[in-house]
Write a protein that binds this ligand. Structure first.
Ligand SMILES: Cc1cc2nc3c(=O)[nH]c(=O)nc-3n(C[C@H](O)[C@H](O)[C@H](O)COP(=O)(O)OP(=O)(O)OC[C@H]3O[C@@H](n4cnc5c(N)ncnc54)[C@H](O)[C@@H]3O)c2cc1C
Length: 595
């Protein structure tokens, strides 16, 4: 049941793929966050997540959060674990020092976030949502809102939520109906029902800061008439002390397939006269602010995919070394042996490992682009990195979460019948992972973003520029003479060709034949994610070959994992290309009435 944080792999990515040293040299604010600091931070985080938070994961599934008379009680141990997390300063790691944070690069903080999610996804959702609330306030909050709320969110006194969803408004936020009535004192009264609100009510902090999407009376229809409000559970006085209970109440929590310890609340605003809120930013720009926050949250959910995949992989490896069953086909063991001797079990473990490492590498590279986009002194460098990061967000979210389903499914399979039995915990990872392809925008919504905003809008220019970078890695591989480099070069070239053909196809069809382009949207997302993760493993392979003598076990494993990805995962792009380019019509051919 134990979790071992993959600190070495994370530091490898941070150093060699994300290029932390370049970031710290180019960005004065990060001067103190060199590799030694990164290693120290990751070691500390590993201790907390392994020793304090991970042991509560299984318990949370068995003894989830519960609701009684509007009060939510979290799993025993969560409250104390949250104190330890808050007192360690972890909530402030990536946020600005002026509000009590530590201003660390996302390149480092992302590794810590992954550990926290691996340790306990249900628990870690609370800090993830708080990060989102802080992000939104930093983006659009007034000076007073920032000064009062952000320090309390960062020190763990209060936590944050994101209130978008309503019964009739899920993927389509244009349908939001919660209403806001302006008051003479400049505040607003909020009325409406929000559903599926993660940590909408709980007992781990003194106050909960709800960020709520609502419409001001007379606002335009659709997404252009939505505003963002700050609605605290307890009103907050000017000096930051807590005031009266606000009219925002949890009327129930959901019974779920997974992440059971994370309370998913139905919140009722304004049943007793109106919940008092203050506007964040300007009226009718709420969705715009929320999208900034959602980009951070989407990246965070992508990391959840990597995290749960890693936890499932670790469990599967331990079981495969322990479970004795069947004689190995090569006769290497007389009689029955641990199942890890069977080639098919090795194939499953390598699939799990290579997908996890590939997605981790992709997320690490994206984090470095985020850091440069926000803090690089050169405006052009900021712009380029922002464009690359924006392209990566749907890939990190969409591909990493979809692959986490494959990995956790294989995790159950490696366990055989015991995987289906809850006491091993393998099934919990599988059930927990399923939410990742749904919330923060389903995979289809990520794919729409990739097709519409990230590909069709500029005629495929940015998507092709990414292919150009991949080509440069191929050139480096072509100068190598190892079997692994040859295998990677062959696969990467073929996958890049598949990708370029699809980019051309999507860019050409998106406007005139939207059904044709969008019929292939999710396959395109999977193709792009597969390729970009493979590209990062190709970069890792080049480094690992250079450093093989310094650390043969680790670097050798990195090379073997990259080669497996090249030979077993990258070739999937060929089938995706065929389906997208040749198979678009059959997606919508069957008439609606035939279903
Ligand atoms: C456990 C949990 C926690 C959550 N936490 C929060 C939270 O903290 N805050 C919050 O506001 N919300 C939260 N949500 C809500 C979540 O974000 C939504 O469930 C999600 O966005 C999908 O919306 P929906 O459920 O209405 O599905 P729908 O939008 O009804 O989607 C149904 C299906 O239609 C597809 N579809 C819809 N529109 C399109 C389209 N344009 N193109 C292609 N396919 C489409 C979807 O991909 C999906 O397959 C949570 C949900 C759950 C289950």
């Amino acid at each position: 049941m134990s979790y071992q944080a993959p600190v070495k792999d994370m530091l490898f990515n941070i150093q060699h793929l994300a290029g932390l040293e370049t970031l710290t040299q180019q960005i004065p604010a990060f001067a103190d966050f060199g590799l030694d600091t990164a290693a120290a931070v990751l070691d500390e985080c590993a201790k907390l997540t392994q020793d304090v938070i991970a042991p509560l994961n299984f318990e949370g599934d068995k003894n989830p959060s519960s609701w009684k008379d509007g009060v939510v009680t979290t799993t025993p141990g969560f409250k104390q674990a949250f104190r330890a997390y808050a007192e360690g300063g972890w909530q402030g790691l990536v946020h600005p020092a002026e509000f009590g944070g530590q201003g660390a690069p996302k390149t480092i903080a992302a590794a810590c976030a992954e550990m926290l999610q691996s340790a306990n996804m249900s628990f870690a959702l609370c800090p993830l949502l708080t990060d989102g609330a802080v992000e939104a306030l930093l983006t659009a909050g007034s000076d007073a809102q920032k000064a009062i709320f952000i320090p309390k969110l960062l020190d763990g006194s209060w936590t944050g939520t994101m209130n978008l969803t309503e019964p009739q408004a899920g993927s389509d936020l244009a349908l939001v109906r919660t209403r806001a009535e302006p008051q003479a004192d400049g505040t607003y009264k909020i009325f409406g029902t929000k559903i599926f609100i993660t940590y909408g009510e709980h007992d781990m902090a003194e106050n909960i800061v709800h960020l709520v999407l609502a419409r001001v009376a007379g606002a335009p229809e659709g997404v252009k008439g939505i505003s963002l409000f700050l609605v605290p559970k307890f009103m907050v006085n000017a000096d930051g002390s807590l005031g009266a209970r606000n009219d925002a109440h949890c009327v129930s929590i959901e019974h779920k397939m997974g992440i059971k310890a994370s309370p998913t609340a139905v919140l009722q605003f304004g049943d007793h006269g109106g919940a008092i809120g203050t506007l964040i930013g300007q009226e009718n720009r709420g969705l715009e602010y929320m999208f900034i926050m959602m980009n951070a949250a989407r990246y965070g959910v992508g990391l959840q995919g990597v995290a749960i995949a890693d936890r499932a992989y670790q469990k599967a490896v331990a079981y495969a070394k322990d479970r004795v069953q069947s004689r190995p086909v090569d006769g290497s063991v007389a009689g029955s042996a641990a199942i890890i001797h069977h080639p098919d079990v090795r194939r499953m473990l390598m699939t799990m490992r290579s997908l996890t490492e590939g997605c981790r590498a992709m997320a690490s590279t994206a984090a470095a682009a985020f850091d440069a986009a926000h803090h690089h002194p050169d405006a052009e460098a900021r712009k380029q990195n922002q464009a690359f990061y924006d392209f990566m967000v749907p890939l990190v979210k969409g591909y990493s979460t979809e692959m986490s389903l494959e990995v956790t499914d294989l995790g159950v399979q490696v366990h055989g019948g015991m995987g289906f039995i809850e006491e091993t915990g393998a099934a919990q990872h599988y059930r927990d992972a399923k939410i990742l392809t749904i919330y923060e925008g389903t995979t289809a919504i990520q794919a729409n973003d990739l097709v519409g905003r990230k590909t069709a809008r500029d005629g495929g220019q940015l998507a092709r520029a990414v292919a150009g970078q991949i080509e440069a890695t191929e050139a480096a591989l072509a100068r190598r003479d190892s079997a692994a480099a040859r295998a990677m070069l062959k696969a990467l070239r073929a996958s890049r060709a598949d990708y370029l053909a699809v980019v051309d196809f999507i860019a050409a069809q998106a406007k005139g034949n939207p059904n044709v382009a969008y019929a292939g949207s999710v396959p395109y997302l999977m193709l792009a994610g597969n390729l970009v993760a493979g590209w990062q493993l190709a970069r890792a392979l080049l480094v690992a070959e250079d450093m093989l003598a310094t650390d043969p076990a680790f670097m050798g494993a990195k090379i073997a994992t990259a080669r497996f990805y090249a030979e077993h995962i990258l070739p999937r792009t060929g089938a995706l290309r065929a389906a997208i380019v040749d198979g678009a019509d059959s997606v919508t051919e069957l008439p609606l009435e035939a279903f």
